[in-house]
Design a protein around this ligand. Structure first.
Ligand SMILES: *Cc1c(COP(=O)(O)O)cnc(C)c1O
Length: 421
């Protein structure tokens, strides 16, 4: 490739897998939408797109968590690299935190610490990714799952989540998609982008299906316990006797501190199948090659997990319940948008666009671009999550701001309403 000064630079051929993975990022869509914003517009931008509520004062993390981090930094004990003195108490705290909901106990050896749930995804995809292997991912789904699978040269096969059945996994599709090269099925529960929470019964069927197909289950539970509907949160690890499970999690969402970059991989496999098959060795080897979470966060984790007041969690849940209710109610009043399932967990809901009711909107991306330009509201086009002509709405922000944002969506839809209807 020719470049700067006609020279053939030796580095001018970056790994094409990086570009392929980048194509699948949320940021790519958000950049496009931000470019559409009217910078001289009179109104502030309302982002109903990103899953980071930390910028809303009402979602500020627990004071106990902030204190724990400050104390860890001030102690002077956490300025070095990770050592057993920093990582063992942190892994023990995570093991205890997760074991509360399980019929067996996890031990420190079952926990790998990661830099947020993103690195947990990265590590798992690195360990299983090899040419020829394929993985079953949900549609719609979280783009980083696909991006990291693609980056590690795995073939991605999409199974449907069924909106009419509360976004349950289409288990028949799973059986039809899997073959002898399928390594795992990934589920996200509570779900991003759909906001649904799987019942015990449904998770049990997923476990049976995976076991029948000899697949590992990778459970992204970064929204674990963030539920506010009638379905309680049940961790997939509960079915570890039926099928081996790798649970991915983080403090990012429940404590509303995505910038702190602390997560984990939990090996939920009481029968020891992952140990026997050397998967655990591979996870540990890879863990040693990559970076750890910052040591002062490791130092703070036992305090964060053990001392955060229940009041903080119940306040967050109440707020999410309220904002989900506002969002669901407002969307109901918009003719061209329907929500098939009221959210019960996470920060999101998936809604369907009816283009026939709109006069001059080509597709979901066109909708989001014009909305950004005319109303300074950012929504996530469904295409970025694998479902064209759907939208993902984030409702985890200050209620007045959320209402304002939804009002703007409403007036946008009214203005673009098709007159033949
Ligand atoms: C936010 C999110 C992640 C990433 O979590 P971090 O801890 O911020 O890296 C992973 N999976 C899903 C489904 C998410 O929504």
């Amino acid at each position: 490739m020719e470049g700067g000064g006609g020279k053939r630079w030796r580095f001018a051929t970056p790994n094409p897998a990086v570009a392929a993975a980048g194509e699948r990022s949320i940021q790519r869509y958000l950049l496009q939408l931000h470019a559409c914003l009217d910078e001289h517009g009179p109104r502030p931008v309302i982002p109903l797109s990103q899953g980071d509520p930390s910028s809303s004062p009402c979602f500020r993390t627990a004071p106990e968590a902030e204190e724990a981090v400050a104390a860890a930094v001030r102690s002077g004990d956490y300025n070095g690299y990770t050592s057993p003195a920093t990582s063992l108490p942190a892994r023990r705290a995570v093991a205890e935190y997760l074991s509360c909901d399980l019929p067996y106990k996890l031990c420190t050896d079952d926990i790998l610490l990661t830099s947020g749930c993103t690195q947990a995804i990265e590590i798992v995809m690195s360990v299983f990714g090899q040419p020829g292997a394929n993985i079953l991912l949900p549609k719609p789904g979280y783009p980083k799952h696909e991006a990291h699978a693609v980056f590690h040269r795995m073939e991605v096969r999409r199974y449907d989540l069924v909106p009419e059945r509360g976004w349950e996994v289409d288990l028949e599709a799973v059986e039809a998609l899997a073959d002898e090269n399928t390594v795992a099925i990934l589920i996200t529960n509570p779900n991003n982008p759909c906001g649904n929470v799987y019942t015990y019964e449904h998770l049990s069927k997923i476990a049976d299906t995976a076991s029948k197909l000899s697949l590992l289950v990778i459970a992204d539970e970064v929204y674990g316990r963030l539920v506010y509907g009638s379905t309680p949160f049940v961790p997939m690890g509960l079915f570890g006797e039926t099928v081996p499970v790798l649970t991915l999690g983080a403090i990012s969402k429940r404590w509303v501190v995505p910038g702190w970059r602390f997560g984990w991989i939990a090996i939920c496999d009481p029968k020891g199948i992952l140990k026997e098959t050397k998967v655990v060795d591979s996870l540990r080897s890879f863990r040693m090659l990559t970076t750890d979470p910052a040591t002062f966060i490791q130092g703070a984790i036992p305090h964060i997990m053990n001392n955060t007041n229940d009041e903080f969690f119940s306040k967050t849940i109440e707020l999410l319940k309220e904002t989900a209710e506002i969002c669901y109610g407002e969307i109901k009043e918009i003719k061209c948008i329907t929500c098939p399932h009221k959210p019960e967990g996470s920060f999101f809901m998936m809604v369907k666009l009816d283009l026939s009711q709109l006069s001059d909107i080509g597709d979901d991306i066109d909708f989001c671009k014009k909305l950004a330009k005319e109303e300074s509201v950012i929504l996530m086009p469904g295409r970025g999550l694998g479902m064209e002509n759907w939208l993902r709405i984030t409702f985890a922000l200050d209620p007045p701001k959320l209402k304002q944002g939804l009002e703007r969506v409403k007036s946008f839809c009214r203005r673009h309403q098709s007159h033949s209807n």
